[in-house]
Ligand binder design. Structure first.
Ligand SMILES: *Cc1c(COP(=O)(O)O)cnc(C)c1O
Length: 397
């Protein structure tokens, strides 16, 4: 038995079976590379599903964690936490936001956003506003509240009854959105570019018109940037692509360059509705994660990460487009920056497994969209290497 096989057998006995795991036992990472327990090397174009935006073990994040770990690991939010304050300052200085609530995951950030939207809308309108309109094919998390908000039947199935107060409309359909607004609506919550739902880019002008509809009916606009924030689309935040500002934005995944963190960013007037005692999280904005967040955010701002994302995003797209002409099963390449999807006319699951065997990590969403999420520090050479592996696989289909 190899070391990997031993770990997999042990994991099979006691770890919850909530994931369809691939036979890779991850033990070490560096930049865009990952190694398994037997020393096999992989080129990582999944990046922890858009978490490792700075690559594996980004040196500044590692140093910040080591220094903070030696000083203070945890401290209650009853007290003031310098790293949390610094990260909030950075997020507000570089976004529409004025105030940040910290938590530990994307789902928790969306829970905070939905709680704030309900409470603020009731206070501001004096009416019973609680309903949130979200999109079909969306993904907002796995808690009871966020599966209720997610426009995919498969994530809710078996867990009903879900939380009431959600309406779903097709992503990109303005007429349906208008028609869904009712007297109880408080907010519209959208991913500015859908990730899990198949890398769906909004139609031109859609987000701007959604903003107008929200203003017309006095609704809050929430952008779930958990996957596409922090530089992934070639902008610091995906909303900046079209210059459409939300009232509330949620972040997680890449925010601390690997360690778990979540954040809800809101405008001052709205954030006021969450006063002392209304919401909280034991670990949220904890010194260790916040220190990693400050280091990761500074790296994105200062080290040319977004510029590289734009240039390498263009290059990867160009290389993937070549497949469209050569292989009839490749029907479309879409996305922004370094979140790219390759629409296939066939199921993609087996191709993901073959890529893994050949040392390339990618994944497949909605059955037939290969998704590419390399670290934003990826190089041309690494893209060429990944494209060669894919080429070999496509040639055999
Ligand atoms: C991953 C993701 C979430 C959930 O984040 P968790 O940290 O897994 O709770 C929410 N929204 C979007 C858009 C995501 O991609």
């Amino acid at each position: 038995m190899s070391l990997s096989e031993e770990w997999i057998a042990r994991g099979d006995r006691h770890v919850a079976k909530t994931y369809g795991r691939y036979p890779l036992v991850a033990t070490r990472g560096d930049g865009c590379r990952l190694w398994d327990a037997d020393g096999k090397e992989y080129l990582d174009f999944l990046a922890g599903v858009a978490v490792n935006n700075l690559g594996h073990c980004p040196p500044k994040v590692v140093t910040a964690l080591q220094e903070q770990a030696a000083k203070l690991l945890h401290c209650s939010n009853y007290f003031h936490i310098p790293a949390q304050i610094e990260l909030a300052e950075l997020l507000c200085a570089h976004s529409f936001g004025d105030r940040v609530f910290f938590c530990n995951s994307g789902a928790e950030a969306n829970e905070a956003a939905m709680k704030l939207a309900r409470k603020h809308s009731r206070e501001a309108s004096g009416q019973d506003r609680f309903e949130v309109i979200t999109a079909l094919a969306s993904f907002h998390g796995r808690t009871i509240g966020t599966i209720s908000a997610t426009g995919q039947e498969k994530v809710r199935s078996g867990f009903e009854p879900v939380v009431p107060g959600f309406k779903f409309v097709p992503f990109g359909d303005l007429q349906a959105l208008r028609a869904a607004v009712g007297p109880n609506t408080c907010a519209v919550m959208l991913e500015p570019l859908q990730g899990e739902g198949g890398v769906n880019v909004p139609p031109p002008g859609y987000l701007a018109e959604v903003r107008r509809i929200c203003d017309e009916f006095g609704l809050l606009l929430i952008f779930d940037e958990v996957q596409v924030g922090c530089g992934r689309t070639g902008r610091l935040f995906a909303y900046q692509y079209e210059g459409v500002e939300p009232d509330i934005m949620t972040l997680a995944k890449a925010l601390a360059g690997g360690p778990p963190i979540g954040a809800m960013v809101a405008r001052e007037k709205i954030a006021e509705s969450l006063g002392p005692g209304t919401h909280g999280s034991t670990f949220g904005g904890n010194p260790l994660m916040a220190a990693a967040g400050v280091a990761a955010f500074r790296t994105i701002l200062e080290d040319g990460v977004i510029e590289n994302c734009v240039a390498m995003g263009d290059y990867l797209r160009e290389r993937l487009e070549e497949f469209k002409g050569r292989y009839p099963i490749v029907t479309e390449i879409r996305g922004r920056g370094l979140i790219l999807g390759m629409q296939l006319s066939v199921e993609g699951g087996e191709m993901v497994k073959e890529a893994l065997r050949r040392g390339l990590l990618i994944n497949c969403t909605v059955g037939n969209v290969l998704r590419f999420l390399p670290p934003l520090i990826v190089t041309r050479q690494e893209i060429d290497e990944a494209v060669d592996i894919l080429d070999g696989i496509l040639a055999e289909q």
